[in-house]
Design a protein around this ligand. Structure first.
Ligand code: URA
Length: 234
């Protein structure tokens, strides 16, 4: 098996990113640094080490959906010592999240040990929608929503159009539904900042056909077969 496929299958990163990690001299095979792209390994016999830890392909797959509460980081170990989503999940397998949510964002996050699946779900080719509920302070004008539907300019870069819809008035605020395809860092917050609005509450409620559903904050469960199919086959 090619080394980049092995690393991405184990959930290290996408194949392309794994090539960068290899070229950068961060991967050891049987005790020796390997920088050659296209290196082939015997996945049953060779010992591959990245960041001081032996990399192994999972033998059985786990797919979980979690309702991430606000105040949890989506990293395995947070440099600021904050709580992470791994504090919420009891699982023997080494899981990683499919994409991330900000520390202050709540809602649906998918975790797995299946690197190929995670890479597929995140790959732009599959163009998977993400739906958020956004609560902003006060009322919002139809003209502001129109700007977002056309594509807001954030830091000189035009964002792709978002599907934005009014949901309801809340106590002193307005709740909207925002659907985007791509997942740039802090994208939804940056879109609202660009029109001079700060977000009071940001919650992801859907990834492709998988909904947050009735999970309460901090609760998680296995994805069903039907949900898995919805994600990888649309
Ligand atoms: N957009 C954001 O701004 N934050 C998230 O956590 C997800 C999408």
């Amino acid at each position: 098996m090619r080394l980049n496929k092995f690393l991405s299958g184990a959930g290290i990163a996408s194949r392309r990113k794994c090539d960068e990690i290899i070229a950068d001299g961060q991967v050891y095979v049987n005790g020796k640094v390997v920088t050659e792209l296209g290196t082939v390994i015997n996945e049953k016999k060779d010992k591959v080490v990245y960041q001081g830890v032996e990399v192994k392909l999972p033998t059985s797959f786990v797919y979980i959906k979690l309702n991430k509460p606000k105040g949890y980081a989506c990293t395995a170990s947070d440099e600021k010592g904050r709580k992470t989503i791994y504090d919420l999940i009891k699982c023997e397998e080494r899981l990683f999240s499919v994409g991330r949510l900000d520390y202050d964002t709540e809602g649906l996050i998918i975790l797995t040990n299946d690197g190929d699946f995670a890479n597929k779900v995140m790959h732009p080719k599959y163009d998977i929608e993400k739906e958020y509920q956004v609560t902003v302070e006060g009322e919002i004008l139809e003209s502001e929503l129109a700007v977002m539907r056309k594509g807001v300019v954030v830091d000189g870069e035009k964002m792709p159009p978002a599907r934005v819809k009014f949901l309801e008035k809340t106590n002193g605020g307005t709740k909207l539904s925002v659907v985007i395809h791509e997942g740039q860092n802090r994208q939804v917050r940056r879109m609202f900042e660009a029109i001079g609005r700060s977000i009071k509450l940001l919650k992801r409620v859907r990834i492709g056909g998988v909904k947050l559903g009735g999970l309460s904050r901090g609760e998680y469960r296995d994805l069903t077969e039907a949900e898995l199919n919805l994600l990888v086959r649309g």
